[in-house]
Every structure is written in C-alpha cells, then in structure tokens.
Design a protein around this ligand. Structure first.
Ligand code: ZN
Length: 272
C-alpha cells in the first residue's frame, strides 16, 4: 500500500479538531438521523436511531473514527432499554463502529464480511491508498473526485489518521427476508435487497410506511458493488413497494414517487 503523499500528510497534519464528531437530527417521531459531517460525502453514511416502547434499534455504525456508543446512549430517552444494532450491509461506512455494540444483526450473505478476514481496501483515510479501479468506479458512478484526505477534521487532538483501522464485529444474529425486528410498539419487516452488496437489507414499518433502505436505494449516485441482475431485480421490486418516507443510507429522505423515479432511472441505465 503506498504511503500518503507529501501533500496528504501535510493536509492531515493541519486538520482542525472537530467540535463534535457526530451530528444528530430528529427526522420523525422516535427516529434520529446521525451522521459524520467531517467525513467526505462518499463515505458519509446515514445512521438511524429508532426508539421503541420495549427496545431501541440502531441502524448502521459509520466509519469507526470516533466512539459512537456513548453518543448514541446520550440520544436515547431510556438508555436502560435493550438496544438492537442492525447492519443494512457490511461496507466500511456502515459497519466500522459496530464492534462497540453488544448485538450485531446482519443478512447471512454478509456475515463473513464482519470478520474482516480479507482486509478491506477502503480501510484508510487517504485517497491515494485506495485501489485505482475503485476510484475509477466511484468516478464512473457519478461522484466528484475525492480529496486527498477523506476527513476535514480530526475527532480529538493528536488523532493519528494513519493509524485508522477497522475491527472485526462478528454477527450475533442473522436477519433474512421476511424476518421482523420488533421494538414493542412498532416492528420492521426485513427485505433482502441485493445489488449494491450481496446481503443488503431494507427495514420497512408496514404500518406507517417508514422505510430504511440502506444503500440499495438513496437519492444520489448508486453504486453497483454486487450482482447486476440482482440489483435490477431489487430496483424492480422497490419500484412497486408501497412506502411512506424513505430514509436511505446516504443523502436526504425522499418519498415513494421519488423512489420510483430513481428506480426507473437506474433500470434504464442498467438495461432494465
Ligand atoms: Zn454506504
């Protein structure tokens, strides 16, 4: 792996310390969106805390740059309740903080990815350490060129960007199509939505239509990192899904009409 270029090292050394690493915003009753504003947009995932009557659910865990568990505890109205941590999929921007939690629920097709037996080529905060073919894939998907350093601040004084690493976070339970995550007063149906990744899942509250879609669909450039035929089938399925508000793994929330547009757009690009 190449060392960070002189430029990147200089940028890293001059980064300010962030006032706060995570940002939280209530987006619906009982639903809090958490993100990492100092992480480059490509890797800035949306995490969701959903508070239920009997237990709370945390969807995804971000980049693992700063401790997430204490921040989440501080957001919860009743932190003594059980917390179920569900992973929409096992990509670095959604799973690198997952080792901090007691539970990790994921689809069986990505169970192994949480073990990190194969080093993740994206486990770096320096662009020039990314494999060239991945940079090309992001560019071809519609992302602007990445900056040399993938954060614009550090979480605490003395934080060493070059020491950034992922930790294994073995699954504690598996979630398959048709399973339900029960929170007491509400429940989420698990939809297996492969294509962005093999074991990507969405979580749908069938009562009010709240849909957490992971990276299967969001309002931004989609990335095909799994199987094309599966992704097409997922988009055809999502096109027909009855939902209210869609909270994606990246970018802003959107509605069913916009979900259809995005599906149609990508089905046209990817040969239906
Ligand atoms: Zn993502």
């Amino acid at each position: 792996m190449p060392a960070p270029t002189q430029d990147a090292a200089e940028i890293a050394a001059a980064l300010p310390v962030a006032d706060a690493w995570f940002r939280a915003r209530r987006v619906a009753p009982g639903v809090t969106l958490i993100d990492e504003p100092h992480v480059d947009l490509l890797l800035r995932a949306n995490l969701y805390l959903v508070e239920g009557a009997e237990r709370d659910m945390l969807i995804d865990s971000g980049m693992g740059i700063a401790p997430l568990a204490p921040f989440v505890a501080g957001l919860r109205a009743a932190p003594e309740k059980p917390l179920v941590h569900v992973l929409s999929h096992a990509h670095i921007d959604h799973m690198a903080g997952s080792w901090e939690f007691d539970t990790r629920l994921i689809h069986p097709r990505e169970e192994k990815d949480l073990l990190l037996e194969v080093p993740d080529p994206l486990a770096t905060l320096f662009r020039d350490e990314y494999p060239a073919e991945l940079l090309e894939k992001f560019r071809a998907s519609g992302y602007r060129p990445l900056p040399p350093v993938l954060v614009d601040a550090i979480p605490e004084a003395g934080f060493d960007l070059s020491a950034y690493a992922m930790k294994p976070a073995p699954a504690t339970m598996l979630l398959e199509e048709g399973d339900r995550v029960e929170l007491g007063d509400r429940a989420f149906l698990v939809l297996h939505l492969p294509g962005h990744s093999d074991g990507g899942i969405g979580l749908l509250d069938e009562v009010d239509g709240t849909f957490f879609s992971g990276d299967a669909i969001y309002d931004g450039p989609l990335i095909l990192a799994g199987d094309l035929d599966e992704y097409r089938a997922t988009l055809r399925r999502l096109r027909e899904l009855e939902v209210g508000v869609v909270h994606g793994g990246h970018n802003d929330a959107f509605d069913q009409a916009r979900m259809r547009e995005i599906c149609d757009d990508y089905l046209a690009r990817w040969g239906g």
